[in-house]
Design a protein around this ligand. Structure first.
Ligand code: NDP
Length: 305
């Protein structure tokens, strides 16, 4: 399949690219920058993926002729202090990129067979008690929920015969994303619950996410919002105990909420609040998770730590 991917240079994108290439897919990585030695001429490759810049596509949208699938992952990292400027960048990098992609495809008159659009479980807001499926209403009550709403809305303009919006949980991988930072206190013998420890974390192993993105490309019956989370979300205390066990470190030191809020500001919501999200549609569509529980995921990810 000829695939155009944004965010293909990132933590998830790089793992996805490896898997797509091993399956013989080819296409374009749309990026803000081109690697030094890349030909950068946007020509259609015989095999593999070529990198093209947004600027090249804006002046020559027809460079994407022949694209059959689009995967839109691009967005500024949320792992930074949420100043007003940073919040604007976090929102606009997603909304404007989706709009730009829509404009490029529309101007070239391209109608891909499928769009896989990244989103987040933040769409559902926070709760210590509710379980959210794709049937649950989305909210706008906090910053990330409103970003996700605007992002999903902007992506509606991207043309495609079939659209899958994957609402990612926290993506756990060995060498990037949130996990290395989450494990730091455990490695320093200072692991324990964050705040009450009761907050939910809906997470997914990077390899399961990559496979779910590929499943979304292939499964013509999958459409609309799809939760990309493991079937067994974990409370913060369950995650912590599993991490401590796997790393053979103690689980004892409570990190109280007030200093975390003071140190991290609004971004502390990511640590102190959460949501329990169930991947009802992926399971009903026949997707099988290789790592359904947090202990299985951590055993795999930390096997060589
Ligand atoms: P990364 O930060 O690793 O990569 C994101 C990519 O987006 C970058 O490689 C970059 O591509 C592009 N990008 C970064 N900043 C900007 C910007 N200001 N404007 C336009 N493009 C930009 O993210 P992940 O791989 O971790 O995540 C991919 C997507 O999945 C993100 O949109 C993220 O919000 C979402 N997500 C991730 C989760 C996670 O746990 N990792 C959880 C929930 C959602 P380039 O430099 O080539 O242009």
């Amino acid at each position: 399949m000829r695939i155009a991917i944004t965010g293909g240079t990132g933590f998830i994108g790089q793992a996805l690219m490896k898997a797509l290439m091993s399956l013989g897919h080819s296409g374009w990585i749309i990026s803000r920058s081109l690697p030094d030695k890349a030909p950068g001429n946007g020509s259609s490759p015989a095999g593999g993926f070529v990198r093209v810049s947004w600027g090249q596509l804006e002046s020559s949208p027809q460079l994407l002729n022949g694209v059959q699938a689009v995967i839109n992952l691009a967005g500024e990292t949320i792992s930074q202090r949420w100043t007003e400027t940073a919040k604007n960048r976090i929102r606009s990098s997603r909304v404007e990129t989706a709009a730009k992609l829509a404009d490029i495809l529309n101007r070239a008159g391209i109608m891909p067979k499928v769009l896989v659009q990244a989103s987040g479980v933040n769409a559902y807001g926070f709760s210590d008690s509710a379980a959210f499926t794709e049937e649950s209403p989305t909210v706008e009550e906090d910053f990330l929920a409103s970003v996700v709403r605007d992002w999903e809305h902007a992506a509606k303009a991207i043309p495609a015969e079939r659209k899958v919006t994957l609402r990612f949980g926290v993506v756990l991988g060995r060498d990037g994303g949130a996990l290395p930072r989450m494990l730091l206190p455990f490695r320093m013998m200072a692991g324990g619950p964050l705040g009450s420890g009761q907050q939910w974390m809906s997470w997914i192993h990077l390899q399961d996410l990559v496979q779910l993105i590929i499943h979304s490309l292939d499964s013509v019956t999958l459409e609309g919002a799809v939760n990309a989370t493991a079937p067994e979300p974990a409370r913060n205390s369950e995650f912590g105990r599993a991490a401590a066990k796997t790393l053979d470190r103690p689980y004892w030191l409570i990190a109280p909420s007030p200093p975390l809020r003071l140190a991290l500001g609004e971004m502390s919501d990511l640590l102190l609040k959460g949501q329990r999200v169930i991947p009802a549609k992926a399971l009903a569509n026949g997707f099988r998770f290789q790592f359904p529980s947090i202990q299985e995921a951590l055993d795999d990810l930390l096997a060589r730590s």
